[in-house]
Design a protein around this ligand. Structure first.
Ligand code: NAP
Ligand code: ZN
Ligand code: ZN
Length: 347
């Protein structure tokens, strides 16, 4: 067993607090990582507050993890001591099902093993990246490109791959108009990646104060959704809309932005079911699809893509002691555009 420290929620909705716990000893296929930065995803808040149901406590959140490999198991082939590595939303899967065999481990038929708020193959709870160290099987580790900063890379492990995967899958690129709904952690990466893929990006946001940032990130237009009639003016103009909003809102209003045969991609995961009226789809043969993070090989591909286009995440680095305040600021949409915890601040 390996003793480590971190921050945990002891019960649903409790403030996060310092927490000591054990990790498994480094096995033959494992890598021990000294964590340097961990991003704060809105999914951490949903789960720490048990908004989706089924959360386990104590919970050490965090699935946007970067750090250095400090100990290597005897059979490890892909990594060596000193490598800069990343861990995303899952740390294992069955490795045998149809999804695992084609590199779509996030859709593992037996269920992927989540980095936190999950149970490992021995039935022990998993603990995430708001901590000093983590032990991960080499097959579920990513390599951080040398031209990206560690802190700017951390959010790519969830926000980056969650937006890259569907944009690639649906073939978004040159000649397409892409609407990005919500300019938070996922939204700002959707703008950067959409721009790098060659699409013409428009941001839809409640927050007029984010307009200049949207242009800087690569958008050609910014629509303030709080303004009366703002959405209907854009009706029928978009080939794709990617919806990253974390709370209840009207999907129908955003479906109307699509052209005939346009595609709305849901990645935001509000806890409430939200209604869709059939006519918003049937009248223009539109489709509404969902997407969940991305597999290991596609995550590595995304990291190389972000390095090539020099599009790390825009981050605000904070010490552990500010994590509860950061949660409140995220809920107000007050972050540019991802909080990343500097793990050294734990002391
Ligand atoms: P975030 O940083 O909080 O961004 C969400 C953005 O949505 C906010 O910045 C805000 O943008 C907008 N928003 C929030 N409340 C709203 C409301 N009531 N009405 C309209 N807009 C609202 O969150 P995130 O980390 O990007 O995560 C976004 C969602 O994706 C969460 O639900 C998260 O759990 C989910 N997620 C899904 C996956 C997946 O695999 N599918 C992976 C990671 C996260 P503006 O201020 O610009 O309006
Ligand atoms: Zn996430
Ligand atoms: Zn599987």
């Amino acid at each position: 067993m390996l003793h480590t420290k971190g921050y945990a929620a002891m019960s649903a909705g409790a403030a996060l607090e310092p927490f000591s716990f054990n990790r498994r000893a480094v096995g033959p296929h494992d890598v021990l990582i000294q964590i340097q930065y961990c991003g704060i995803c809105h999914s951490d808040i949903h789960q720490a507050r048990d908004e989706w149901g089924g959360s386990f406590f104590p919970m050490v959140p965090g699935h946007e993890i970067v750090g250095t490999a400090i100990q290597i198991g005897g059979e490890v082939k892909k990594f060596k001591q000193g490598d800069r590595v990343g861990v995303g939303c899952f740390v294992d899967s069955c490795r045998r099902c149809g999804a695992c065999q084609v590199g779509l481990e996030q859709y593992c038929e037996a269920g992927m093993i989540l980095t936190y708020n999950g149970l490992d193959k021995q039935g022990a709870p998993t603990y995430g990246g708001y901590s000093k160290q983590i032990v991960v099987d080499e097959n579920y580790l990513l390599r951080v490109p040398s031209s990206l900063s560690l802190e700017g890379t951390a959010p790519l492990l969830c926000a980056g791959i969650t937006t890259y995967s569907p944009l690639k899958h649906w073939g978004v690129g040159k000649g397409h108009r892409l609407g990005v709904v919500g300019l938070g952690g996922l939204g700002h990466m959707a703008v950067k990646i959409g721009w790098a893929l060659g699409a013409e990006v428009t941001v839809f946001s409640r927050s007029e104060r984010k307009r200049q940032d949207a242009y800087r990130l690569g958008a050609v237009d910014f629509v303030s959704t709080e303004k009366d009639g703002a959405l209907s003016e854009q009706s029928g103009k978009f080939d794709f809309v990617i919806d990253t909003v974390s709370a209840s809102h009207d999907y129908n209003a955003y479906l109307d932005l699509l052209t005939r045969d346009g595609t709305m991609i849901l990645v935001g995961a509000p806890s409430e079911p939200l209604p869709v009226a059939a006519f918003h789809l049937v009248l223009k043969r539109r489709r509404m699809v969902g997407s969940l993070i991305g597999g290991i090989s596609e995550t590595q591909e995304m990291l190389e893509f972000c390095a090539k286009h020099q599009i790390p995440s825009d981050v605000e680095v904070i010490p552990f002691q500010q994590v509860n305040e950061a949660y409140e600021r995220i809920l107000k949409g007050d972050v540019r555009f991802r909080f990343v915890i500097d793990v050294e601040s734990l002391g």
